[in-house]
Ligand binder design. Structure first.
Ligand code: CLF
Ligand code: SF4
Length: 493
């Protein structure tokens, strides 16, 4: 039996903890070991415990759990050619976006406010807006305060790595379980083209010397983290003509040194951002170039493909941002933490997660049994929970899945301007949506009007609401079966 459809919207609205649990348990669940068996078969239980509710370190978890960033660390010790210091650290967030800078006390208030309202919240990250390890005192003070108030929140930082080695022991003491290092090169000759200077041990270094020191510190930091069992993700910014081919080498190096994940992100470059790369016309990669590189890297360090290059003050599930609901002026000065909604939500997720995995495995088995080889590119409108539960007109992005006989793989997302504005479809945005869906065979959504459906069809893209509220993989396997013939296992049964 399939678990009940629990809309994430209902969780973010004013729903009582009791109601959440009743909803979760009322429809029963396919598994008797709720939350226990959804661990991937190729992962040990200790690692699974660390990632199962981290939306960045687990693709599966990003359907259920949310992160928030607090912008407490504005100082930085290096210069990247894709960064303009007027904005936030572009290693971990989109350039061109400035977040509200917070003191550790203000950050604590904000985390409590979000934890009281956003039941999916599982991770607090510090990703700048400068470097979390260089601006260490504020980073540490924030983590200490938050851990005292909300002990079950996971702590996560992102750093350029230069000041990382001197803080690894403190990271371990503070129970910071997840670290991201941005590593764009392992050859200083490549690094020289990305980093004009660094500031290290009270001295400024430029050119190849700067890149050499940065490289050595990044490798040392990664090794130290691996030795202490702290999960490490490597972010690499893909810069065509500068380090795109070189990232294959980077992937090998970081895998050998114990990195858990490698996240290759596209350079976002625009003259309006005032960065060196923006001003010199350095372009970012096209979506297909990024995917081609990610495909080449398969088999090396495990890849993250679901990064949204979120803001340094982002709040919510990846792909959504509720940050503007939690600016300081909207948060009371005195605020206590109430964990009821978060705890109830975790119980709900534990109930539905195994059911989702069982559905996914069934879908993959169906594809494997197909008599004809083929592939489908499917774009899905979703609000989370692993289901097709967003209307076409409300979607701000589509999640893209590739289906073939070898399985159903999440391969990325396509950001769009929502089609519906104020209850009406905007014809002007449909052209942009169709362009963003280049290469997609089928769009799956909870609802779609005849007009956009027809225009998508004219552009060669089918769209259907027939699988609304189903699990994504279940729907894809049904589509694949319809497209590529009979399921032999069923035929012979
Ligand atoms: Fe934040 Fe980064 Fe921690 Fe995640 S983000 S510090 S690991 S909690 Fe996530 Fe955002 Fe991508 Fe970063 S989607 S930009 S990878
Ligand atoms: Fe900018 Fe981040 Fe690079 Fe520092 S590490 S220069 S803040 S992108």
């Amino acid at each position: 039996m399939s678990a009940p459809t629990i809309s994430l919207e209902s969780l973010t609205n004013t729903t009582s903890s009791g109601q959440l649990l009743t909803t979760a348990k009322s429809g029963g669940c396919a598994s008797s070991s709720c939350g226990l068996s959804s661990r991937p078969t190729d992962m040990d239980s200790a690692t699974w415990e660390k990632i199962k509710d981290h939306p960045c370190f687990s693709e599966e978890a990003h359907h259920y759990f949310a992160r928030m960033h607090v912008a407490v660390a504005p100082a930085c010790n290096i210069q990247c050619n894709y960064c303009n210091r007027k904005y936030d650290c572009a290693n971990e967030s989109r350039p061109g976006v400035v977040s509200e800078k917070l003191t550790p006390d203000q950050a604590l208030r904000k985390v409590i406010a979000v934890a009281n309202e956003v039941p999916q919240l599982s991770v607090l990250g510090i990703a700048g807006p400068g470097d979390a390890c260089y601006d260490w005192e504020k980073t540490r003070a924030t983590f200490e305060r938050v851990a005292r108030e909300i002990p079950d929140i996971k702590l996560c930082i992102s750093t350029n790595g230069l000041a990382l080695p001197e803080h690894v022991d403190e990271l371990a003491e503070l129970n910071i379980s997840h670290v991201t290092i941005t590593i764009n090169m392992v050859d200083p000759a490549v690094g020289e083209k990305i980093y004009p200077w660094i500031f290290y041990r009270h001295r400024r270094y430029a050119g190849i010397d700067a890149a050499k020191i940065l490289h050595e510190r990044q490798m040392l930091g990664l090794k130290m983290l691996s030795e202490r069992g702290i999960l490490t993700k490597i972010n690499s910014v893909m810069i065509p003509g500068v380090n795109d081919q070189h990232l294959i080498e980077v992937n090998k190096w970081v895998k050998e040194r114990g990195a858990f994940l490698h996240n290759v992100m596209p350079l976002i470059s625009d003259p309006a951002h005032g960065t060196r790369f923006g001003l010199t016309g350095q372009r970012g990669p096209y979506a297909l170039e990024l995917k081609a590189l990610q495909d080449r890297l398969e088999g090396g360090a495990k890849l993250m493909r679901h990064c949204r290059q979120c803001r340094a003050d982002a709040v919510g599930l990846l792909g959504t941002d509720r940050g503007q609901e939690f600016t300081l002026d909207q948060i009371p000065l005195e605020l206590g933490y109430h964990g009821g909604k978060r705890h109830a939500y975790r119980e709900v997720v534990a109930h539905i997660r195994d059911d989702h995995l069982a559905a996914k495995n069934q879908a993959i088995a169906t594809l494997a049994s197909m008599s004809v080889r083929g592939s489908l590119q499917v774009a899905v409108a979703t609000k989370g929970g692993g289901r097709i539960n967003e209307h076409f007109g409300h979607a701000k992005e589509f999640q893209v899945y590739e289906a073939s006989q070898t399985g159903i793989k999440f391969v990325g997302h396509r950001k769009i301007e929502p089609y519906c504005r104020g209850g009406w479809g905007e014809e002007g945005t449909l052209g942009g949506i169709i362009a963003a869906l280049d290469g997609i065979d089928i769009v799956l959504c909870a609802k779609i009007g005849d007009c956009p459906k027809q225009q998508l069809m004219e552009a060669g893209i089918r769209a259907t609401e027939a699988f609304g509220y189903d699990y994504i993989e279940t729907a894809i396997s049904a589509l694949y079966t319809a497209e590529y013939g009979i399921d032999l296992s069923q035929a012979t049964a």
